[in-house]
Design a protein around this ligand. Sequence first.
Ligand code: NAD
Length: 295
Amino acid sequence: MTRIAFIGLGNMGGPMAVNLVKAGFAVRGFDLAESSKKMAAESGVTIAPSIADAVQDAGTVITMLPAGQHVLDVWNEVVPRLPQGTLIVDCSTIDVASAGTAHELAAAAGLRSVDAPVSGGTIGAKNATLTFMAGGDPKAFAAAKPILEKMGAKIIHCGEAGAGQAAKICNNMILGISMIGVCEAFTLGEKLGLSHQALFDVASTSSGQCWSLTSYCPVPGPVPASPANNGYKPGFATALMLKDLRLSQEAAQATGAVTPLGAHAQALYQAFSDAGHGMVDFSGIIAYLRQQTKK
Ligand code: NAD
C-alpha cells in the first residue's frame, strides 16, 4: 500500500491523517507545532523529524495548511524531492491563484496534483464524513479518490486544476449570505412577535428553506444540534467564515464577477469579528444584528 506523507496535522489535518492510519496506510506526518504533532502521534501517526524525512519514499503527499502562502512554501520545499509521477494533494482552503501556482509547480516537476478542499468541519474530519471538492487532471483525481474516500463520505470532481477551490469558495459564499438572511428573518420575526418555532416550522417547509435554517438554525430550540444551543461555540468559527468570504471576494475582483451580497456578507462578518467575536460560531452573528436593531 502506498506510503503517505501528511503535512499539517492541525484541527483538520490531525484527524484526517488518523483516519488514513485506521484505513491501513503507513502515514508519516509533519507539523511545525509541537501540540499538533503530539495529538497525531497519540492516535497512531508516525511523526517525521522534518518535511524532507516525511516525504522520503512517499507515494502520495497531502497538505492541510492554513493559507495559500503556507501551501506554496511547503510545495516549494517538497516538490523538488519527489520522483516523477508522485501524487500531491492539497486539502487546505486557499485562494484560487495560489492553487494554480501550486499545480504549475507540480506539473513542471512531472508530478500529479489535485486541489481537494473540504467541507464538514472538525467533526467531519474526525468521523471521515468530509465532502471533498477536487480539481485536477482526471487521472490524478482517479489516483487520489481511493485515498480521499478514507477521509470523506462524498468526493466530487469539479473540473481541472483549481476547480475544487473555486467550488469551495462559491459554496461558502452562499453559506455566509444565507446565514445572514436567516438571522435577519429571525430578528424581524422577533420584532413582529413571531415565535422562533413558528417561523422555523413555516420557513423550513416553504421557499425560505436552506441549510443555514434546517441544519444550523441560529436560534436555540428548533434544531437541537445547532451551535445556538451551545452558546454559539464553534462549529464553524466566524474567523474561518471571514477567511472564505475574503477569498470569494478576491476571486470576484480578479474575475470581474459581480457579488454585492458576498461583499456585504464579508463586511458584516468583518464587523462581527472586529467586535471580538472571531472565535464565536458564525451563526452567532444574529446577536450582532439584534444589537443594530432600532429600539
Ligand atoms: P489549524 O491551524 O488547526 O492547522 C494548520 C496546521 O498547519 C497547524 O498545526 C500548523 O502548525 C501547521 N503548519 C503551518 N505551516 C506549516 C508548515 N510550513 N509546515 C508544517 N506544518 C505547518 O487549521 P485547520 O482548522 O486544521 O485548517 C486547515 C485548513 O482547512 C485551512 O485551510 C482551513 O481553512 C481549512 N478548513 C478548516 C475547517 C475547520 O472547521 N477547521 C473546515 C474546512 C476547511
